[in-house]
Design a protein around this ligand. Structure first.
Ligand code: BGC
Length: 781
């Protein structure tokens, strides 16, 4: 192994040597030439190596080793600066003298983001475009999410990448956040569980992950916003998923967010990165900045516990050296930060001498991507059991997104996959016949519009869509004809062509007039012929549905689920896959139904006034009826719940176990995502109407088959955060367990009693808001 590493080092280091001439003058990289400097041979050598490092070497290691981008920074090159693996988001600086290799970091939320082609190289370097976290969360299937992690890690390994820059796990608290699709859910427990599985799936194979963006980064409108949040909402909502994942999966890295939290930049916050992350939670990895190009105070970042400044600039290394020389920064802080980084570097594939095969298992992984996409789709409406469809039908497809295939987000989610399979192709693969005339009309219509100045495709950049959103074609005549000639009308609705650099706008939530007209025309025409109409929501996030849903028979939320979109849609439409996805976020009736419609996104600062009442916690506590609630999703079969009860005669001690039996009482095999909510008693702290505390997905149950499920709820999971005590406290009183098919469809209840208040865990008093503000309370409705 030792020998192999030596050989590899020279390969790995040749890139960094090249880089060092671009980035840092060599005197900065290399220290005094000892005759026999210690070598980083493994964990045991770390202390010795750190002792041997010069100040400049430490400063070099703590700053990303990318091409200098000072002058040339523009939208297109961000994220494309790594030199070891072209198109990877970044890499660290090697210190050859001490045997420290450069490790490679790549995005992102939908799979491995690297360039598909390389200069002077005929080979291709495609990666699988998996479903994004919002789709994965909708599967409610932790094993499947683990499998996606595992498959992703094989591709990372094949391409010589050491660290994945994912999963993103911010809370989808605001409907218009342009990066919501990169995150799992509006619920912290579901987020924490899913992120844990993804991290374990990747890391069990020896590749690292980076959970991000830490923390309270819940809008894309202004990256520099000051997020003002109560300590309770932070601990219970915004930090909870991170805490679960750090404790349960031990991720190698974490990425600080761009924003401030309660007046302090996240990346400069000792409260966040040391008191909470390391002291309260026991994080063992290293923290890196987001790609912020040196805009923060370096000494503060280092002291706070940010180890690595990404993507890295020469001036940042120099500033670290200056800060130590000026007495602003104690070199011991650097030693600590370097030690933590080396602790991870010695676990990486690069350090262990693994060579990239550049041969990922794309075919195998496409199957996992297809299954995850289909399992994440949510059947929102199915009048008269219109679905599933026979696959020998003739189908008329409406909507421009059928042609300009929408498989997923931009920015860090821009995975170069070998193909992106659209809905028409997927339906044809499944045996459907397409109304070709209609398809051709759409193609012509799109070509014509794209040839105009207004809708012309732009060269594109990392952040913004290259395709201005098109108005829908007027299909009054086409629909009448199509309804006669085909068996079913399918309308594909998209909200936008994927953004990244901005929030979504209300136009992405409400349908445009031309889309409304399309729905009306198709609906009337097909209903006149007594034929069904199905809508497919090919969207990144919730869409307004209430005003038009009665015009269609079925609605399938397909999401933008990666390269297998078309096949996965066909799998669900035909019943090859019985839909089992359920919403991991609320679909409001109107934007005004959110508690923040008047205040979001704020200017310079944004106050999280809804406090703990995020998503369904708000809807259920304040009786605001959503279009589709959290946890909702239909199936082609039916499930009955029985035998919901708790153990120990309902008296709580350390934990309580909840039991439920689920039976498939319908006609086809299927799976059910079973949700366990708890309604906690108000005490000193008020509680939401209900909160998700556990969930499980049944195995595939054939008709008439049952499964017994069991859930353990421990004190920490049930506790609330008491700001006065800075502690998690389980308050006394009666707790009602509500087992349901969604947050509104509760199928059985049981209760247990906590006799005394229990201080479950005391933690650091950290991140207190710098101002007082009104917090939403159910007692002043
Ligand atoms: C994003 C990160 C991403 C990084 C590297 C940043 O702009 O916020 O999520 O990992 O770029 O591409």
């Amino acid at each position: 192994m030792q020998k192999k590493w030596k050989v590899l080092t020279s390969v790995a280091l040749s890139g960094s040597l090249m880089m060092s001439s671009l980035l840092i003058d060599t005197s900065l990289v290399y220290g005094q030439e000892d005759e026999n400097p210690p070598q980083l041979t493994g964990e045991k050598a770390i202390n010795e190596v750190v002792n041997a490092m010069t100040l400049k070497e430490k400063a070099a290691l703590l700053v990303g080793g990318n091409k200098e981008v000072l002058e040339e920074i523009d939208n297109e090159i961000i994220g494309n600066q790594a030199t070891r693996v072209p198109g990877a988001a970044g890499q660290t600086q090697a210190i050859p003298r001490l045997g420290i290799p450069s490790i490679v970091l790549a995005d992102g939320p939908m799979g491995v983001r690297i360039n598909a082609t390389r200069e002077n190289d005929e080979n291709t370097y495609y990666a699988t475009k998996f479903p994004s976290p919002n789709v994965l969360a909708s599967t409610w299937d932790t094993d499947l999410v683990y499998e996606v992690g595992e498959a992703t890690s094989h591709e990372l390994e094949a391409y010589g990448i050491d660290l994945l820059l994912a999963p993103g796990m911010n809370i989808q608290s605001y409907l218009l956040n342009g990066r919501n699709y990169e995150y799992f859910s509006e619920d912290p427990y579901l987020t924490g569980k899913m992120a844990t599985e993804l991290v374990n799936g990747v890391e069990d194979q020896g590749i690292g992950t980076t959970i991000k963006h830490f923390a309270a980064y819940n809008q894309r409108n202004d990256n520099n916003i000051d997020s003002i949040v109560s300590q309770r909402a932070l601990r219970e909502i915004y930090l909870k998923g991170f805490e679960m994942t750090v404790k349960e999966a031990d991720p190698w890295a974490i990425m600080d967010s761009y924003n401030k939290i309660n007046g302090t930049w996240a990346t400069e916050s000792e409260d966040l990165l040391t008191s909470i992350l390391r002291e309260d939670w026991g994080f063992n990895g290293f923290a890196m900045t987001d790609w912020e190009f040196g805009s923060r105070d370096i000494a503060k970042q280092m002291i706070a516990g940010t180890n690595l400044l990404m993507p890295g600039r020469t001036s940042q290394s120099e500033a670290i050296v200056d800060a130590v020389n000026d007495g602003e920064l104690n070199e011991e802080i650097l030693d600590r930060n370097v030690t933590e980084m080396l602790g991870i570097i010695v676990q990486t594939p690069t350090f262990l001498g693994e060579e990239p095969s550049n041969d990922p298992k794309l075919e195998e992984n496409a199957k996992i991507a297809r299954q995850a996409a289909a399992d994440g789709m949510v059947l929102l409406q199915n009048e008269e059991e219109t679905l599933p469809l026979q696959s020998d039908l003739k189908v008329s497809l409406f909507g421009t997104p059928q042609i300009e295939t929408m498989t997923g987000g931009r920015g860090s989610a821009l995975v170069r996959s070998p193909y992106q399979l659209g809905i028409p192709e997927g339906l044809q693969n499944a045996g459907f016949t397409l109304n070709q005339d209609l398809y051709d009309k759409y193609e012509n219509y799109i070509d014509e519009l794209r040839a105009t100045d207004e809708y012309e495709q732009t060269p594109g950049n990392f952040f913004e869509s290259t395709l201005p959103t098109l108005p829908e074609m007027d299909v009054e005549e086409e629909a009448a004809l199509a309804a006669k000639e085909s068996d079913v009308g399918i309308i594909v609705l998209s909200s936008e062509y994927g953004s990244y650099g901005n929030d979504r706008s209300l136009e992405d939530f409400y349908l445009s007039e031309s889309k409304e007209d399309m729905i009306k025309n198709v609906s009337e025409a097909f209903r006149n012929e007594g034929k069904p109409v199905i809508a497919i929501l090919n969207v990144e996030g919730p869409l307004e549905v209430e005003s038009w849903s009665d015009q269609v028979d079925s609605i399938l939320l397909s999401w933008q689920p990666g390269q297998e979109l078309g096949n996965a849609v066909a799998d669900v439409l035909t019943g090859k896959v019985n839909p089992s996805g359920k919403l991991a976020q609320t679909f409001p009736v109107d934007y005004e139904d959110t508690s923040y419609s008047e205040t979001y996104p704020g200017v310079d600062q944004y106050i999280y006034e809804e406090d703990i009442y995020v998503g369904y916690r708000y809807n259920t506590t304040f009786d605001v009826k959503p279009a589709y609630e959290f946890g909702y999703g239909l199936s082609y079969t039916k499930f009955e719940y029985d035998n919901v009860r708790v153990n120990r005669n309902g008296s709580f001690k350390d934990k309580i176990t909840v039991f439920a039996t689920v039976e498939n009482t319908g006609d086809v095999a299927g799976r059910e995502a079973v949700q366990v909510y708890v309604h906690a008693p108000d005490g000193k702290m008020e509680k939401p109407e209900l909160e998700l505390k556990a969930f499980d997905k049944t195995k595939e149950l054939r008709p008439g088959k049952k499964q017994n499920l069991k859930f353990d709820l421990d004190a920490k999971n049930l506790a609330s955060f008491d700001e006065d005590l800075s502690a998690w406290v389980l308050e006394k009183g009666e707790y009602e367990v509500r087992v349901g098919a969604s947050s509104e469809e509760i199928k059985g209840t049981a209760s247990f009693t906590v006799k005394e208040d229990v201080i479950v865990e005391e933690v650091n008093d950290a991140l207190a808001p710098q101002i007082e503000f009104d917090r939403l309370s159910k007692f002043n409705k």
